[in-house]
Design a protein around this ligand. Structure first.
Ligand code: NAP
Length: 256
């Protein structure tokens, strides 16, 4: 029986995937904000300590759209905390647990393959001119780099890291918006979005048979070339070093 940890496994895409994998007989640990608030670095680190010591699949599906800038108690912009810091910290901390599995995989639901967005190196917390789009796109580019950093650290590892952009899914994300945007986004998702059931099936198939390469980026089913500039190795190491120093005062070295 596989052990699958899904961050953001209580609803939306992660929730659909959790239900599907449970039905198939996997042990699924589905984490939502009631289990651990991933906007908190300390809670994220404590969560890593109480997860099993052998994990077959680690799925990053937690996210929260914040139309207005929100700052966490630890001083981070909220979407940066949940989308970037938590994913970096958990991947680093759970590497040994993944290493103990036979065919380990990290599946990171993100915005890979999109052309917009960049890292605001001088203002990662977006104190100047925050917008939901900027925060989301910065997170997307950062997650591309998290994948590069993870795979580069141990080229001989059996762990497969998959960056996966589900594109538009009817997962209920319109609830983050106020009217009339809520009705427009909800209606568009019904018409143009992939259903959660269909996305969960695709992702379950991916987890059952992960790509052979240490790092893969997929825009739904389409592979994205890792030669693109957003996968630059030196930039990935720069980000990892910045994240490690941001975390240093709150937790011990993420890789320990
Ligand atoms: N839906 C799309 O069209 C789309 C497109 C591209 C990328 N993505 C990415 O795919 C992922 C999943 O999207 P989704 O549409 O399924 O999202 P969703 O429906 O909003 O679900 C988000 C999940 O994250 C959890 N979560 C939110 N805040 C949390 C916190 N502070 N601590 C712990 N867990 C928290 C939620 O748990 P609770 O509700 O229980 O707190 C829920 O399980 C996200 O990373 C998103 O950026 C989605």
């Amino acid at each position: 029986m596989r052990t699958v940890v899904i961050l953001g496994g209580t609803r939306g895409i992660g929730g659909g995937l959790a239900a599907r994998l449970r039905t198939a007989g996997d042990q699924v640990i589905a984490i939502g904000s009631a289990d651990a608030d991933l906007t908190s670095v300390r809670q994220t680190a404590a969560l890593a300590d109480r997860l099993p010591d052998r994990i077959d699949a680690l799925v990053f599906a937690a996210g929260r759209f914040t139309p207005r800038r929100v700052v966490t108690a630890e001083g981070f912009e909220q979407s940066f905390a949940i989308y970037v810091l938590a994913r970096y910290l958990l991947a680093e901390r759970l590497r040994p647990a993944l290493d103990r599995a036979e065919k380990p995989v990290v599946l990171n639901l993100c915005g890979t393959g999109g052309r917009q967005g960049h890292l605001h190196w001088d203002d990662l917390q977006l104190t100047q001119g925050y917008s939901l789009l900027q925060a989301t796109m910065q997170g997307a580019r950062a997650n591309d780099l998290l994948g590069v950093h993870f795979a580069a650290q141990d080229p001989g590892s059996r762990i497969r890291y998959v960056l996966y952009n589900p594109l538009f899914v009817d997962s209920g994300q319109h609830r983050y918006f106020s009217q009339p945007t809520r009705a427009l986004v909800g209606g568009a998702a019904k018409v143009f979005g992939t259903s959660v059931t269909s996305m969960a099936r695709r992702l379950a198939d991916l987890l059952a048979d992960p790509p052979a390469a240490p790092l893969t980026a997929l825009r739904r089913g389409t592979p994205i070339s890792l030669a693109r500039p957003e996968f630059d190795r030196a930039t990935a190491e720069r980000l990892a070093s910045v994240l490690a120093s941001l975390l240093a005062s709150l937790v011990t070295d993420p890789a320990q």
